[in-house]
Write a protein that binds this ligand. Structure first.
Ligand SMILES: [Zn+2]
Ligand SMILES: [Zn+2]
Length: 383
């Protein structure tokens, strides 16, 4: 049984989770009323009724995302919330890899949970996607993932050769399993994936896909019998799990990160570069915005270089550590702008200086990242 919080995708967006986490570390989400939570996060938390506490409708979102657990009569923040609340410490890749490895069916945030070893459909999903990519089929319909999970009896622990064999077979699911689909879209925020409501595309070369595959493993340990304590325990394993997870694909982008204008090539910066190099996102962006003009300097790269369609990079304007956002229909391309390689490098150089001057490792939110981009733009001189 693959249960998830239906219709709540926007609350599972990485930058939104960070806002909720920031609120949760210094306020009690269990007793908070509608107004303060909405003004702190900008999220709707409907119904907008002062007498209707958000906890009634959203406690499962908070607990499934592993931000809080109900301990005593308060929503106690987990270690995951404490880390997400800090800027530039956790990347979207760290978080969603952990989420996929820890998520069980059912999760401890669901009533049906019991303290036994449960299957891991999102770990299954990631491994299935990586295996499909390795056999040369990187565009994977969500119905096939759900069908393969339902029919194979796999639980997520199986090894690479088992997944490659599985990926070579045809699978389908006739029913649209909405909760499964939405949870898959949530992990579609990983920098090397892009998700629509019907398919997920993997943008990794084979070697990197195999490296990521090999570093994935179920988050286990001695279970608590109480589900709230179990949420707290699993979230407490975040740091050790992230340090064990060697995402080698981020090593291969080190040079590109420095090349792009970042001076150090931190994990946060690498996640940003992997996302910007995501070929599926790039294709989708230019398919719906067939521009050749740099958003930053206005040069028309098609007129300038008439033998090419364009000479432009994709720049992602959310905080550096954020993944792709998606809504019900798919990846949100509005978080992206097309800039020429020179401007792109200059923008990242500006970010490095701006963050250093403000003593920060990353932008607090999308608005701050957008403002820094606009500030860089206003300081640029025509020559
Ligand atoms: Zn430019
Ligand atoms: Zn960029």
């Amino acid at each position: 049984m693959w249960r998830f919080d239906q219709g709540r995708i926007e609350y599972f967006q990485f930058d939104e989770l960070r806002k909720i986490a920031k609120f949760a570390v210094s306020n009690d989400l269990k007793s908070v009323s509608h107004g303060p939570l909405v003004s702190a996060t900008g999220l709707p938390f409907l119904p907008a009724d002062a007498s209707y506490p958000p906890w009634r409708n959203y406690s499962r979102v908070f607990r499934t995302a592993m931000l809080v657990a109900k301990i005593g009569d308060v929503a106690a923040p987990t270690r995951v919330a404490e880390l997400l609340a800090q800027d530039g410490v956790v990347t979207s890749d760290d978080y969603y890899h952990f989420f996929a490895q820890a998520f069980t069916a059912p999760a401890p945030s669901f009533q049906e949970w019991e303290p036994t070893d449960q299957p891991r459909p999102l770990l299954f999903t990631l491994k299935f996607l990586l295996a499909r990519s390795v056999i040369g089929e990187p565009i994977v319909p969500i119905r096939e993932i759900v069908g393969a999970y339902d029919m194979s009896g796999f639980v997520g622990d199986e090894d690479q050769s088992a997944y490659v064999a599985l990926a070579k077979k045809q699978w389908s699911s006739s029913a649209d399993h909405r909760q499964a689909r939405e949870s898959i879209q949530v992990i579609g925020q990983l920098s090397y994936l892009s998700a629509s409501s019907t398919a997920v595309i993997v943008s990794l070369d084979d070697e990197d896909a195999l490296d990521v595959f090999e570093s994935l493993q179920a988050i286990r340990g001695q279970q608590e019998t109480n589900s709230e304590r179990e949420i707290m325990r699993v979230a407490g394993l975040f740091e050790s799990a992230v340090s064990d997870l060697e995402i080698d694909f981020s090593k291969t982008v080190y040079d590109e990160t420095v090349e792009a204008g970042f001076t150090e090539g931190t994990r946060v910066e690498k996640t940003h570069i992997v996302l910007e190099r995501n070929s599926a996102i790039r294709k989708a962006f230019f398919a719906s915005n067939p521009t050749a003009t740099c958003d930053f300097c206005d040069r028309d790269t098609q007129s300038e270089f008439p033998w090419s369609d364009r000479v432009l990079d994709i720049h992602h304007v959310l905080p550096l550590c954020s993944g792709t956002r998606s809504d019900k229909s798919g990846t949100i391309l509005g978080d992206l702008v097309a800039v020429c390689p020179t401007c792109h490098r200059a923008v990242h150089g500006f970010y490095t200086k701006w963050l250093k001057a403000n003593g920060m490792k990353d932008f607090a939110d999308a608005a701050e990242a957008r403002a820094a981009y606009d500030e860089a733009k206003s300081q640029r001189n025509d020559v």
